[in-house]
Design a protein around this ligand. Structure first.
Ligand code: AMP
Length: 415
């Protein structure tokens, strides 16, 4: 047979059992978000490219290399590579007064033109939150604990690695300090990092090149160049995480890839030690055309969560169960017509049901293939008696019931 059309590389369809896992993950996320006072926000997948260059940062690899952008008419647009920028754009759209203190969550696809490899998709999905509150260790600790609690609700025990990016006023001193500390190693850094040293030295700390990693591991913690305010903020955040019982390890060289972070930042890897992060988050300050927005948020990669749940045998506990269905099987034109009418009435009553066509044998095969939980049979005898035969497809057990009783039984079993 000819091979059918495939989805674009790095993107995939979701269906069947895999989709049921995603539906279960999403339902759990919605429940946990609601318990923390978050409401959903759906922003467009396409935004003006300038939103991402401004919000995420022009020198980040997400914007520099990975964004799908194109020109159409007089617009230069980009498929969103992450969720925060769109949320902040929405805040700006509705205005500061309405957006102040907002707690929004989103669940949806993001797009990055990455080299396809295990764990790196070009269309991937994130569940994330943004809490538009000014800097406060309590809010930061609350949002990190929300993320840990959501992972736990999915059955994943995770530890966060946390660090501070310092207050906005520390960024210049941190960059200068890092540059000075890296200067003696400049020649040993990869070409990208040599450029990063001049453009945005923090990016050097994110480099995946092992030689750069070794140099970075020998650097002093970034707090070395921060003021007392940032250090006190971080200490208080760690204390409050302790109050909540959230386990977190300080990771003194964690900076995360995007430009807009300040104060608390974190990353979470699954307990299986997968090389890639499950989730990341942090506090940020964004300047969108003269308007400044502060908040704290996180994004969890849903492909990574689904993969971890499948690998650890926990997927079935999270997945929504398969839908149960009754299959109406008519023998003879009069019975079929009765069932055709019955089907419409039952559906209005919330009983999921379908009908096929053809011989009895064929209809039973169709019921079996669809995974129907019950078959409901009607022939001339049932027509005359006003009954229906309800057959449990798994056990084979069957009973003739008056139509009203059959309907009530199936409603309680399936609706
Ligand atoms: P980031 O926005 O880069 O902090 O990513 C947040 C989370 O999204 C990561 O921890 C990953 O779980 C997930 N993620 C980011 N990029 C990808 C990708 N290309 N494919 C799959 N998941 C991703």
């Amino acid at each position: 047979m000819a091979k059918g059309l495939q989805p674009v590389q790095g993107m995939s369809d979701l269906s069947g059992g895999e989709l049921r896992l995603w539906q279960g993950m999403e339902a759990t996320a919605r429940r946990v978000f609601a318990a923390h006072g978050f409401s959903e926000l759906r922003t467009p997948l396409l935004e003006d490219v300038s939103l991402f260059t401004r919000a995420v940062g022009e020198t980040t690899s997400v914007v520099r290399k990975e964004m799908y952008d194109f020109e159409k008419g007089h617009l230069h647009l980009a498929l969103r590579p992450e969720g925060t920028a769109g949320v902040i754009r929405h805040a700006s759209t509705v205005g500061a007064q309405e957006a102040a203190g907002a707690r929004w969550f989103y669940i949806g696809p993001m797009f990055r033109h990455e080299r396809p490899q295990a764990g790196r998709r070009r269309q991937f999905h994130q569940a994330g939150v943004e809490c538009l509150a000014p800097p406060s260790p309590r809010t930061d600790a609350e949002i990190l604990s929300l993320q840990v609690d959501l992972l736990r609700a999915w059955g994943i025990e995770a530890r966060a690695r946390v660090n501070t990016r310092g207050a906005a006023g520390d960024h210049v001193a941190v960059a200068a300090g890092l540059k000075e500390a890296l200067a003696p190693h400049r020649a040993a850094l990869c070409a990208d990092c040599q450029r990063r040293m001049d453009e945005n030295v923090l990016r050097v700390l994110d480099c995946k090149n092992p030689a750069c990693g070794e140099i970075v591991a020998g650097l002093p913690p970034v707090t070395t160049w921060m003021g007392d305010e940032a250090k006190a903020y971080f200490a208080e955040t760690l204390r409050l995480l302790g109050v909540l019982g959230v386990e977190a390890d300080v990771s003194p060289l964690l900076v995360r890839g995007l430009d807009y972070y300040e104060h608390t930042i974190w990353e979470i890897t699954g307990a299986t030690g997968a090389q890639d992060a499950l989730a990341g988050g942090g506090r940020y300050r964004m300047d969108l055309g003269g308007e400044e927005w502060c908040g704290v948020g996180f994004a969890i990669g849903l492909e990574r969560v689904a993969g971890l749940l499948a690998a650890t045998g926990k997927a079935d506990a999270v997945a929504v169960p398969p839908a149960k269905l009754a299959w109406l099987v008519g023998m003879g034109p009069a019975a079929e017509e009765r069932l055709f009418r019955t089907m419409r009435a039952w559906r209005a009553d919330g009983i999921p049901c379908r009908m096929g066509e053809g011989s009895l044998k064929k209809q039973m095969r169709q019921a079996d293939k669809a995974g129907a939980a019950y078959a409901v049979l009607c022939g001339d005898a049932e027509l005359a008696a006003g009954t229906l035969v309800v057959k449990d497809m798994a056990s084979g057990e069957q009973r003739a019931l008056p139509e009203a009783e059959a309907r009530a039984t199936l409603r309680s079993l399936l609706a």
